[in-house]
Design a binder for this molecule. Sequence first.
Ligand SMILES: [Zn+2]
Length: 468
Amino acid sequence: MSEADPQRDDLITTLEEAVQAGMPHAVADLTDLVRIPSVSWSAFDQQNVERSADAVAALLRDLHVFETVAVARAPIGAGPDQGQPAVIARRAARDGAPTVLLYAHHDVQPPGKDEDWDTSPFEPTVRGDRLYARGAADDKAGVMTHIAAIRALTEAAGSEFDLGLAVFIEGEEEFGSRSFANFLAENKESLAADAIVVADSDNWSTDVPSLTVGLRGNVTFRLTVSTLEHASHSGMYGGGVPDAMMPLVRVLSSLHDSDGSVAVKGMTSHEAEVPEFSEDELRHDAAVLDGVSVIGRGPVLSRLWNQPTITVTGIDAPSVANASNTLLPSVAVRISARVAPGQRARDAFEALSRHVRENVPFGAHVEIDEVDLGDPFLVDTSGWAAVEAKAAMKDAWGADPVEAGIGGSIPFIADLVREFPDAQILVTGVEDPDTRAHSPNESLHLGVFRRAILTEALLLARLNRRGR
Ligand SMILES: [Zn+2]
């Protein structure tokens, strides 16, 4: 639809100039934010998270487009503990224009050991075209993308534009978003929107943008297999009665086909085109040992984004050093599965637990507990917001965006979908494959930063015209 807009080229040029002129300001503000070590983990000084929230609120107030800007908290679960401070802002839509909610988080991961960093983690440093520091990308650059995009919008449209805006800058994304669901429920009216931009993901490369359209969900649980009331001498009874390890190993081996893909009936895959990515690249990126093959079938990125996977991530059994010659009565493992987009986590869990009970041999007793479920997420890319976002990416980057999946999970997205079922959700970001979020030497590519700001400014400016 933007193709038919006669002012299209003018708008791009105006915003390009505004974003370019605003870059020193955006980088300076980002640098100031990054200097505040706002680690949300409870072992760190929480005053820094408060300072960081106040700094973000001041930047939002300085835009002079919001009717309200506030720092707020919500209880964790049923309380009484409060979550970390978030920042919310809102301006009402005018003349039938839509409202967009802009999400990012101002808290950061712990920096890890100083000696693993080439420069101090909270002293932002530019080397080449990258800005290095904890939070320089994840996700203070997401915060600044929203702020700089609104600045560019006001350059192009003045501060009396029609678009409704809501802003939610979370303060504990890196610490499990523990008060997120309560926060949404308590601030539902302030945050309600027609489209939600979650600026906390990455891009295909520094030259090619991504719109994240799929996220796998997760299922984890403890599986305990038992065969005997107590341990027995393995010489006396071995060969006559089953120890717990044997049926456990047999049932675990039934979870996968011989090529390593999931063999559980009822765990589904998502059908979607994926970009080309070779097994060699996968081997290299994941540091696979010489001679070890990769697993699964179908296109490589479909295995990572659109198919389920099951992994054993822990085991409770005697250690090798303490192993005695006994038949083990009981063994427990932690199962961690990823759920393909399009399937509910609850349904995947039921398929998996049914498979375990049906395939455990010798009538061994099975117990499943400590269940944790997170739903996957799939964007409807035919929605108007996704169509506009992809067009804005193409115009800002000069390259078609990749519709990307993410193998991991962003559990709070499910909370957003639950609270705002009618809103379209756009997952964008300022990271690239060399960002190293959560790791030493995290960095932001400044060209990606500029293109991300221009993309969002274009998106907001075009949505601003939609209401007319
Ligand atoms: Zn993040």
